[in-house]
Design a protein around this ligand. Structure first.
Ligand code: C2E
Ligand code: MG
Ligand code: MG
Length: 579
């Protein structure tokens, strides 16, 4: 028996309790109130059904009727048929289902392709009122959102969240079926420079292509995820030993490392891969990822573009690194840093023109630590900012006691440019030391110009306006040294030591030095050859037209006192100078 609720209400004894005059509000429903209520209920999105004690539907609102039709119960809907449908849609028995509904629980049931929320409200003496709501659209949106929250929008690969689920599933198979797996943590080499120099659209396209290659490389059952900017994870399933993981890791390095064609440009990046195996290297997701990360770190230290398997010793090395970090944090306060100075010589008049300040760390247990062993870590953890500030102040103080016009060159790291203090630090260091700005030089590498170019160039120009000179260090080793020469009018180009070393052994070493010297001449920049160790190298460098030299042949880096002694000693002829 189905009638619209409006009809049913007309049959009911009137007035119903809710339609009584309300003394508090003064509301006085009239005889048409029940009809208006029925019309009102028809306008409510929820469907309302009245069911009598025998389970007969005695009334229902228009939306309820429409919903019953959609569920395929249009002909002669009974509460019983509705219950049967609901039972299959939520996997409960009739008794359980009714008990829950009576207990006031709102049930979400899948009915004929729809998601319907059902609640039941007992009506004393009448049976019950059922409230139905079609929540299919909402549930679909929720499941889309759920899927999206687990996907990386750029590549469509699972993100870290979904990787977690894949890992947990793989580890379940490990415990249930003793089926091993491998976690390959993939980090792209040289992605950042591409992204920074060629723009984010190119970077994005490149990441998508990498994702495609990784996807194409794995078997069904494996998973590929993107968990960070240029970090991917390949989860290899069903791995019984290192050989299979090794074969895949090798393919990842090989295939990701092949060139890419994007927007008409040929690009090349590399992949470093760290591998952890379950169960050998860990049996939970966190440990596997951590150990793969340690292995990746090793792969990068070993020159990148390669893969490494996790080894327990890596963990020990990591701890040593952490100790170094702790020590370094205290080294400034304990005054363990020192500056050494390496003279630079002008070849035209064979006079010293200045010295490069090179930091040394006198560690209480380790002895003298090379900057190569702690500067990268200091950069990574941001400690280079206070250390670099100390270097600038100390170098200015020391240089103020040297004879005019000797200048001091200070190495400045990318991280120092990121902090906004650099210019103020330099201004106050010069003022405190009483050193003219023209006697200070800063050496930057290409890494400085790779980041936030606008801001960096602005800072460099401010320094130049003060009178501080700027040199490009390690020239020729970077990604696009030449383009940076155009970005900023450097005062000096320091030709990387590797070219000087190559001069004797490789045919092109000398040609490169000649080219850079020529470049410097036409751009009006000084050219310094670094790492000159032999008289033969000096002879050739002079012949190729470099203006200045620096290297062990002239002098090793000296402690401040030793330098002062050298400066006050009578000039000695330059080793290798023509007699
Ligand atoms: P760099 O700026 O290219 O400095 C030149 C490096 O080459 C110095 O190494 C110097 O001792 C070494 N060298 C000079 N002449 C010769 C030679 O004839 N033969 C050989 N084999 N080596 C030579 P050092 O002092 O170990 O510094 C290494 C790097 O550490 C520096 O490279 C620089 O990038 C960084 N560094 C040093 N001091 C500082 C500092 O105060 N701040 C920052 N941010 N980096 C620093
Ligand atoms: Mg330098
Ligand atoms: Mg250098």
């Amino acid at each position: 028996m189905t009638a619209s609720l409006s009809a049913a209400l007309r049959l009911m004894p009137s007035p119903t309790p809710t339609l009584l005059p309300d003394p508090a509000s003064g509301l006085r429903p009239d005889a048409t109130a029940s009809q208006r209520l029925a019309r009102g209920l028809d306008a409510v999105r929820h469907g309302v059904l009245l069911v009598d004690a025998d389970g007969r539907i005695t009334a229902c609102t228009a939306p309820a009727l429409a919903l019953l039709h959609r569920l395929g119960l249009g002909g002669a809907p009974t509460f019983r048929r509705l219950l049967r449908l609901a039972r299959s849609g939520c996997g409960l028995g009739t008794r359980e289902l009714v008990a829950r509904l009576r207990g006031g629980i709102v049930l979400d049931v899948a009915l004929g392709g729809h998601s319907v929320q059902v609640e039941l409200h007992p009506v004393p003496g009448e049976g019950a009122a059922l409230v139905l709501e079609d929540v299919s659209a909402r549930r679909a949106a929720e499941s889309r959102a759920h899927a999206l929250a687990r996907l990386d929008p750029l590549t469509g690969l699972p993100n870290r969240l979904q990787l977690r689920e894949h890992l947990d599933a793989a580890l379940l198979r490990l415990h249930r079926k003793a089926e091993g797996c491998a976690v390959l943590l993939v980090d792209l080499d040289r992605f950042k420079p591409v992204n920074d120099t060629l723009g984010h659209p190119v970077g994005d396209a490149l990441l998508q292509k990498v994702a495609d290659r990784l996807r194409a490389m794995v078997r069904a059952g494996d998973a590929v995820a993107r968990i960070g900017g240029d970090e991917f994870v390949v989860l290899q399933a069903g791995v019984s030993g290192p050989d299979e993981a090794q074969a895949l890791a090798r393919r990842v390095v090989d295939l990701v490392g092949r060139t890419y064609m994007i927007e008409g440009q040929l690009l090349s990046i590399g992949a470093s891969v760290g591998v952890a195996l379950a169960p050998a290297d860990g049996q939970d997701a966190d440990r596997l990822l951590k150990n793969a990360d340690l292995a990746l770190y090793r792969a990068k230290l070993d020159g990148r573009n390669t893969f490494r398997f996790f080894e327990p010793a890596m963990d020990a090395r990591m701890q040593a690194r952490r100790r170094l970090e702790l020590d370094m944090r205290q080294a400034l306060a304990r005054r363990e840093f020192q500056l050494h100075y390496q003279p630079q010589l002008n070849l035209a008049d064979e006079r010293l023109v200045g010295c490069e300040a090179l930091i040394r760390w006198r560690h209480p247990e380790r002895g003298l630590v090379s900057p190569l062993d702690f500067i990268p870590l200091a950069e990574e953890i941001g400690l280079i900012v206070p250390i670099g500030e100390w270097v600038i102040r100390q170098a200015c103080r020391d240089a103020a006691s040297w004879p005019q016009p000797l200048s001091v060159a200070v190495n400045v790291s990318p991280a120092q440019f990121k902090s906004d203090r650099l210019v103020e630090t330099i201004v106050s260091a010069l003022a405190n030391a009483g050193l003219p700005a023209a006697r200070l030089e800063i050496e930057i590498t290409e890494g400085v110009l790779l980041q936030d170019n606008e801001k960096t160039l602005h800072t460099l120009h401010r320094l130049r306006d003060l009178g501080v000179r700027v040199s490009m260090d390690d020239f020729g080793t970077g990604y696009s040294s030449l383009s940076y020469l155009r970005a900023f009018p450097f005062d000096k180009i320091k030709i990387d030591r590797s070219f000087v070393t190559d001069m004797g052994t490789k045919a092109d070493g000398e040609a490169i030095i000649r080219a850079i010297a020529g470049l410097g001449r036409s751009l009006g920049m000084t050219t310094v050859a670094e790492g000159v160790e032999t008289a033969e190298q000096l002879r050739r460098i002079r012949a190729e037209g470099c203006t200045d030299v620096q290297g062990y042949l002239i002098s090793k880096p000296l402690a401040a006192d030793d330098l002062l002694r050298l400066l006050s000693a009578p000039a000695t002829p330059l080793p290798g100078a023509p007699a």
